[in-house]
Design a protein around this ligand. Structure first.
Ligand code: 3UK
Length: 547
């Protein structure tokens, strides 16, 4: 560990003990960072110093900032944080805003001042904001005025004082920023292994976990995944839907473009029907979103000219091969699947376009190693399904959390996914390890059945889980959203079951099918299988009582 610049030593004191941290690997020269490193300097100041201050950086429907303009805002906010709000290096600062240029300025201002960013999802309510505030001992918050209400409710209930400063609607931040002398700010001399970000997981089960990331980690994801797999250039214009509070969004919409001097289009909300016209309007070239959003955009592709797009990244959930094929047929572009995790900061398996195998997630990103392990932590043979394990320049460091022992084991990060590797080193997703359905002794991966159902022309979305069954232990149950015009009749159910039996091993077919208007999803867009499982077990209990 290097000499910390943090006068407030909270994050360092709450790192997992050395023996519970994964081994970190820096196998490429580009991952060998200097001891003193403030990543805000690398992402912004470096470009201005190199004479690119006038290059476009952040765009939105109402704003357009150059690198120089972003730098000045960052400096002004950093001065407000230090001089007016009393920020001390190491302090955690909560940020709450939709994806906007000001949010990006706030992120880098906190980092430049040696603080630790805790970004929160705009849709979180007071009750959900309370957890990170208490867990990360947060005393400062910067907030978009339009989202202040829930934060003020959380403030009233917080265990310690929380100072909230808003921008926009009725906020004081802009006038504080305008003070004379605030246009310059010298970056705090942080160590490469000072924490600069705590990303809270969406917490689908149990309490959210705070994942801690260093200044060097923010660069490492750019110099591993972006540099070797995505390969963006300065003329690229990034766009996408994930909130910046989700590290998929922070990396894909901020860190990757800024690392190479490119630009990003930020949308406060980017549902699929907004994304398409905005790609056309801004001539966006690289898109980051989830498989569901690519599927939802498919029927509308004909209405928009998205000829500017050159790369599309899909992550967050498994990419069914049918979605890959349909997108390729409609746009000519191969969807770049990649598995990432909040613990790992970003994508660690995923292949460049020319090496993609449809249906596989890809090969490990240069800088990372991946393996498939058995329960004892031993590698299994190629072709055998086991637990995905990964290690590299980034890895899991939970903020004071016993669950560290579960994620890091046998010298690897264990993501909780079941995978198999083929003889060529490609990794094939099966399911979340605890989502495997065991029916009459067969192991069935829900996503494989989903992937098959999605190839049926009348199926828009689906989720497949196990439903408790007296005879078989579990049966495969599918929840299906139909495309407009299709009715979920018993005859259609039978036809759909026959369709699955003809496509994959018949024992995997959904013995029960329910039609729903929408599937339950987390605020990062993931299918909430536990919710479907809860529905399924309630339904099976109701059936038992009825029969
Ligand atoms: C699942 C995938 C199959 C998988 C994330 C890119 O999703 C991200 O982070 P989370 O912490 O969830 C991690 C878990 O999500 N998953 C993600 N991508 C894929 N499963 N194929 C995929 N391509 O279960 C993983 O363990 O919310 C994704 C970048 C940054 C991220 N934080």
């Amino acid at each position: 560990m290097h000499r910390s610049a943090h006068a407030d030593t909270f994050t360092r004191e709450n790192l997992p003990p050395a023996e519970l941290q994964p081994p970190f690997l820096f196998p490429l020269p580009e991952l060998d960072y200097p001891e003193r490193l403030n990543c805000a300097v690398e992402f912004i100041d470096r470009h201005v110093e190199a004479g690119h201050g006038n290059a476009p950086c952040l765009l939105s429907p109402t704003q357009s900032w150059t690198y120089g303009e972003l730098q000045e805002r960052v400096n002004r906010i950093a001065n407000v944080l230090v001089r007016d709000l009393g920020l001390v290096p190491g302090n955690r600062v909560l940020l709450r805003a939709p994806n906007t240029p000001m949010l990006v300025a706030a992120v880098f201002a906190v980092i430049k001042a040696g603080g630790v960013v805790v970004c929160t999802m705009p849709m979180l309510r007071a009750k959900e904001l309370a957890y990170p505030i208490a867990k990360a001992r947060i005393s400062l918050a910067l907030c978009d005025g339009s989202l202040r209400d829930e934060l003020e409710k959380a403030q009233a209930a917080a265990p310690a004082p929380l100072a909230i400063t808003c921008w926009g609607e009725g906020g004081a931040l802009e006038s504080l920023m305008a003070q004379p002398g605030y246009e310059h700010f010298v970056a705090v001399d942080t160590a490469q292994d000072d924490v600069c970000l705590i990303g809270f997981t969406s917490g689908t089960t149990g309490e959210p976990k705070g994942t801690m990331h260093f200044h060097r980690d923010m660069l490492a994801i750019c110099d591993a995944y972006a540099r070797h797999v995505l390969k963006p250039v300065p003329s690229d214009r990034f766009i996408g839907s994930p909130p910046l509070a989700f590290t998929f969004g922070l990396g894909g919409l901020v860190l990757f473009p800024l690392r190479v001097g490119a630009s990003a289009v930020l949308l406060e909300a980017a549902p699929p029907d907004r994304l398409l016209p905005t790609i056309a309007q801004f001539g966006a070239t690289i898109c980051f979103t989830a498989p569901t959003a690519y599927r939802a955009m498919l029927p509308k592709l004909g209405e928009h000219d998205i000829g500017s797009l050159r790369k599309c990244v899909s992550a967050g959930e498994a990419l069914p091969v049918s979605t890959f094929e349909a997108w390729k047929a409609a746009t000519g572009l191969p969807l770049m699947d990649g598995i990432g995790a909040t613990e790992m900061l970003h994508i660690f398996i995923g292949s460049p376009e020319e090496e993609i195998r449809p249906g596989a997630t890809g090969r490990p990103v240069p800088g990372y190693e991946a393996a498939v392990l058995d329960e004892a932590g031993q590698p299994v043979a190629d072709g055998i399904v086991g637990r995905l394990a990964v290690r590299g320049p980034t890895g899991c460091r939970y903020l004071a959390d016993e669950r560290q022992r579960k994620y890091v084991a046998h010298g690897w990060n264990i993501t909780g996914d079941s995978y198999r590797r083929d003889a060529d080193g490609y990794f094939w997703y099966q399911a979340r390890s605890d989502d495997m359905i065991v029916s009459s002794g067969y192991n069935i991966a829900g996503p494989e059945v989903e992937s098959c159902l999605l190839t049926h022309p009348a199926v828009a979305e689906c989720g497949v889980v196990g439903q408790p069954d007296a005879e078989r232990g579990m049966i495969v149950k599918a929840y299906i959203v139909l495309k407009p015009g299709q009715e979920g009749t018993p005859a259609f159910t039978k036809a759909l079951q026959d369709f699955v039996k003809a496509e994959i091993a018949p024992y995997k077919y959904p013995r029960a099918i329910a039609y729903v208007a929408a599937l339950p999803r987390t605020n990062t867009g993931k299918l909430q299988r536990f919710e479907l499982r809860r529905m399924a077990s309630e339904e099976s209990a109701a059936q038992r009582i009825a029969s």
